[in-house]
Ligand binder design. Structure first.
Ligand code: SF4
Ligand code: SF4
Length: 348
């Protein structure tokens, strides 16, 4: 990509978010939304988790963005297809635990319950020429994506380039894990998904992030930063620089480089990445060459979520305990990601 991209970085916590200052170098919210438009706030709602767990986009960030959109006379609504089945019941649980139903009541912001989808053609797609995309994303006049800084045991980091995977409905996401078991192929697929419905603006929640074996069962860590950019790849490169992560370790960025999708340069109108003052950040243990295998532990409650999500049917519940057939496991770590009891360890 022959274009320099702006990435605004600022330090803050959940009680003093100054979104106007963060967006000012990009032209302010008015550059991205117009009066009367319906604006999807595409949050990261991986699972029904409390905001303090660092799993989901924090409601304080969502509230700040919703407020800025409303001030422009537009109508924000919140949507995502979490891990597992895409049903009204599942959404109710996720909205409740993540604090978004309260935000919805307090601010009059709509929560999406439309679980229908439509096939979208991506003629430039490397791995997918067409795919089902949730109508909640397709019907938006504008999309503002609100990713979170988190590690990901399979894709190393889950940032802006992966956020639109949540527009793929329900268990189709697990099927794509099965179709693309190699990291590079999966990364190409994620870039195809991003191009199917590209957000107009990305605002990253890096205030409470997650390190270690994310995106569900890693360790919450306070980084105290937010980022804003029009470009997902520039934003993810900025996060890597801020956290001292080699971009080639992140498959989406590696594949974006090979596909000549990187910006020609990044301009930092506020803080530079090194000025964010982040000293250390722990990557997933799976980054090491020997791929770790998922091993259920005695903490397994027999809920069956891992069995349901596993794209290779490698998990069976035996005597109400999960058992993995490692001979067919493709190490996608979906089971680790959905386990509500943190009962799956990644072992050598
Ligand atoms: S998701 Fe976790 S707790 Fe539930 S059956 Fe699987 S290993 Fe056990
Ligand atoms: S057992 Fe877990 S890591 Fe292995 S294929 Fe199934 S979901 Fe993926």
């Amino acid at each position: 990509m022959d274009k320099t991209q702006d990435v605004a970085i600022s330090r803050c916590d959940y009680t003093d978010i100054d979104l106007d200052s963060l967006l000012a170098p990009l032209g302010g919210m008015r550059r991205f939304v117009k009066r009367g438009e319906r604006v999807l706030l595409k949050v990261n709602l991986l699972s029904a988790s409390e905001p303090s767990s660092g799993v989901t986009t924090h409601p304080a960030v969502v509230a700040a963005v919703a407020d800025a959109v409303q001030r422009e006379g537009a109508f924000p609504y919140i949507g995502d297809s979490p891990s597992g089945r895409f049903t009204r019941k599942a959404l109710e649980k996720v909205y409740n635990r993540s604090g978004l139903d309260r935000l919805s009541r307090d601010m009059g912001v709509e929560l999406n319950y439309d679980t229908s989808s439509k096939r979208v053609t991506v003629s430039s797609g490397k791995k997918l020429k067409n795919m089902p995309v949730g109508n909640f994303a397709l019907k938006a006049d504008r999309i503002i994506a609100l990713p979170k800084i988190k590690t990901h045991s399979f894709m190393v980091m889950t940032l802006a380039t992966k956020i639109m995977f949540g527009t793929i409905p329900g268990l189709t996401k697990a099927r794509y894990h099965s179709m693309f078991p190699k990291r590079n192929d999966f990364a190409d697929m994620l870039l195809d998904v991003l191009s199917a419905s590209t957000p107009d603006l990305f605002i990253m929640d890096g205030i409470l992030a997650m390190e270690g074996n994310g995106p569900q069962n890693g360790k919450p860590v306070e980084l105290g930063v937010m980022l804003a950019s029009e470009d997902a790849i520039a934003m993810d490169l900025a996060v890597c620089e801020m956290l001292s992560i080699e971009p080639e370790l992140v498959p989406t960025l590696k594949r974006a480089r090979i596909g000549r999708m990187l910006p020609s340069g990044i301009n930092y109108p506020l803080l530079r990445p090194e000025e964010a003052g982040i000293k250390k950040f722990k990557l997933p243990s799976t980054v090491k060459k020997a791929k770790r295998r998922p091993q259920p532990t005695e903490n397994c409650t027999g809920c069956g979520k891992c069995e349901e999500i596993c794209p290779r049917n490698a998990i069976k519940l035996i005597d109400r305990k999960a058992r993995v057939d490692h001979s067919i496991c493709i190490r996608c770590y979906c089971c680790h990601e959905v386990c509500p009891a943190n009962a799956i360890k990644l072992v050598r």
